[in-house]
Design a protein around this ligand. Sequence first.
Ligand code: SF4
Length: 358
Amino acid sequence: SHPLLLVRNLKKYFPIKSGVMQKVVGYVKAVDGVSFDINKSETFGVVGESGSGKTTMGLSILRLIEPTDGEIIFDASPKIMEEIKMLEAKRNLNERDKKRLKELKEKYNLRKKSKKDMLNIRMKMQVVFQDPYTSFNPRMNMRDNIGVILKTHNHKLSNKDIDEYVLELMEKCGLAKRHLRRFPHQLSGGELQRASIARALALNPKFIVMDEPTSALDVSVQAQILDLMQDLQKEMNLTYLFISHDLGVVEYISDKIAVMYLGSIVELGTTTQIFEDMKHPYTRALLESIPYPDPDKKGSIKPLYGSIPSPRNPPPGCKFHTRCPYAKEICKKKAPPLVDVGNGHLVACWKYVEGAYK
Ligand code: SF4
């Protein structure tokens, strides 16, 4: 399958202001130059602790938060996507290639689109949040909560059309006719999350950012929602960016996984590469701190050493060095590059840079 989304060097810096004059005294680098591809119909998982920048990154891709810098290439034709990737991979670009690559990126970069263009593009890019209660209007029933979106995008729809279409969407997500007249507070957490997914599907999107969609739910309901998402993905050819702090959930749902720490991707690979051959000490620490459901293994839970440093004042060099048991001198001074350790498995750690880790 071909790429649907290319993210290149995406940054989101929030200014830190101080004093009566609100002078900018620094920046929180919430997302500090991340790059990756998401292929059509795949689930790209992003995992990290709170403060890792994963939600800011997801919302920046949709421009619900305005990115500071970088490229977001979305939904160009497969041929154009391949051409961009081919040009990026070329070693010595000649002037013509350089010009062509720049042209293509200008043309398809979402950051260069006008507000009006973005309105149309957003129909294809949706988001589902962790807390469905806050994202619905409490004074509207579910039919109107979802119907209002359909009406805004197509004024010609009759009330009957909307009734039918909303019901169809709700049924697709495992809800029934009786749920239509209910208000958000009359639905359970799981039902409401089903309704948020139905709403996200209303405009027939291609890409959905799922921001901790199951984190507020009971474990048994969590599994049902994950299964629903997978069924819908197959049926509608959807592509997901799935954000979670829960490595177990991410493993279950994702084809590829990026591990984020303080605004940067520290490891990226297929789910198999990450779970069977993890390289980064942070990924390992995250995995070891997953509580096992097996009571015999209870004693083996190792909490992650120390807490995540403030993003306002991240450590120099490798940002993980303050918590890393393997840190050496170079780690405190220089940030490690993201290197390919085989078959596209990327790791940012000096241990994997030949000759550097001494
Ligand atoms: Fe640990 Fe150094 Fe690797 Fe960072 S670069 S994860 S501090 S070994």
